[in-house]
Design a protein around this ligand. Structure first.
Ligand code: NAG
Ligand code: NAG
Ligand code: NAG
Ligand code: NAG
Length: 370
């Protein structure tokens, strides 16, 4: 255990370093793109950046989303298991429950997830299904779960800039339970791809506790508790790479002195505001103009940490941005100034987040009677 006094001394020395020696931290440069390629052993191709000709953001380096051109017939990015996994008709054995999990993930990969998303109410969730997802929030009911588990990722490839990415392949690494009762715990590693980062793939582990139920003759997910393990770290790596690419592209522009984080925030805000202007119109309108939107998000809203995907952040609005195309009336407030019921701080203090889940599921503790 760390002694309080030594912790204080440590904190004080950090404080001393940052206050007394600002030039030292100022001199330590952000890693360049080439350094990051070596560090993460990726041969990603980032020539898909253009210098914007825009009346308001003249000269800003932005990613051009090439996937837009081939979005609906992209059959090469997914893992081929998607078509080979069969949906089990019951969960009476562990093996069948595992098979369900495998089927579920095969359906959640891009571009197969488009089919699920288009069904509006996926048959993989019960009508009253509910779940919570770490780094974001809780999702109640089949329609919302279809939108957030399948629809969101199905639409990420269509957005200009995503801090979240979308899964294209998976491997199940842990599975236990499912002995006829439908409960199991599992871990799956998902490979995430980003619309703006060609060739950049990052694995992310998703730990899902799931309760299955048979409804209307089909095995479905009734409750789930999903943890994206290490997500804030994943988020930082993605930001590091995106930021370095933008900094490199900005050398000869008016944004030459901007940091990677500032350029990411500008790219995210532009992406969100373009979508808000396109989908949130009439009664669903959130901002009077692109400029007002951009200024608000860039000046008044924090970019957010990797665990703040359900708070008043640019990150949260970027997460919700792909949903605007589905139900603008439901989702527009999430990208607006208030953040609606998804991107606000008022109900997301640390203690709120921890305790809210205590009575969220039907029963928090399940056991079989032996
Ligand atoms: C989806 O389910 C909701 C109830 O959860 C229902 O109100 C809605 O009409 C359904 N939509 C479709 C297209 O089936
Ligand atoms: C689930 O919802 C569908 C469509 O709204 C409905 O047809 C079906 O009866 C519902 N099932 C149950 C068990 O409530
Ligand atoms: C995930 O991507 C890595 C390359 O970055 C690859 O080696 C690995 O096989 C991929 N995993 C799956 C499950 O597709
Ligand atoms: C910046 O300008 C220099 C000198 O004209 C040129 O060599 C370099 O390629 C430019 N860099 C970028 C990223 O446009």
């Amino acid at each position: 255990m760390i002694e309080i006094s030594s912790l204080k001394a440590f904190t004080a020395s950090i404080f001393f370093l940052s206050v007394v020696l600002p030039s030292v931290s100022g001199a330590s440069h952000e890693p360049t793109l080439d350094e990051l390629k070596a560090k993460y052993n990726h041969d990603f191709n980032l020539n898909n950046i253009e210098i914007l000709q825009h009346p308001y953001l003249e000269d800003l380096p932005v990613f051009t989303n090439k996937h837009k051109l081939s979005k609906r017939d992209d059959t090469t990015s997914g893992c081929s298991t998607a078509v080979t996994v069969e949906r089990p008709s019951s969960y009476e054995t562990s093996q069948k429950a595992y098979q369900f999990l495998d089927y579920f993930w095969s359906q959640a990969m891009y571009p197969t997830d488009i089919v699920q998303a288009d069904s509006i109410n996926s048959t993989l969730f019960t009508n009253n299904s509910r779940g919570r997802v770490s780094v974001t929030r809780n999702f109640d009911g089949v329609e919302l779960n279809t939108e957030y588990i399948f629809g969101l990722f199905a639409r990420v490839p269509d957005v200009e800039f995503s801090m979240l990415g979308y899964p294209t392949s998976y491997i199940i690494t842990e599975f236990a339970g499912g002995n006829g009762d439908g409960f199991f715990a599992s871990s799956t590693i998902l490979n995430f791809t980003f619309p703006q980062l060609e060739g950049f793939v990052i694995p992310s582990q998703a730990d899902f506790w799931i309760k299955l139920k048979t409804e209307d003759g089909l095995v479905k997910i009734d409750e789930y508790d999903a943890v994206f393990r290490n997500f804030p770290w994943t988020y930082n790596v993605v930001a590091e790479v995106s930021g370095a690419a933008l900094v490199q592209a900005a050398v000869n522009t008016t944004y030459a002195s901007y940091t990677g984080e500032e350029l990411i925030k500008m790219n995210a805000a532009k992406s969100i505001c373009d979508a808000a202007m396109q989908y949130c119109v009439g009664d669903d309108s959130q901002y009077n103009s692109f400029e007002e939107c951009f200024e608000y998000l860039y000046e008044d809203v924090r970019i957010g940490q990797g665990y703040e995907g359900g708070q008043d952040t640019v990150f949260c609005r970027n997460v919700h941005q792909p949903m605007l195309a589905f139900r603008p009336h439901v989702h527009c407030s999430h990208v607006g100034p208030t953040g609606g019921d998804m991107c606000r701080d008022s109900d997301m203090a640390y203690d709120d987040v921890v305790w809210r889940y205590v009575d969220y599921f039907d029963n928090m503790v399940y056991y079989s009677s032996y």
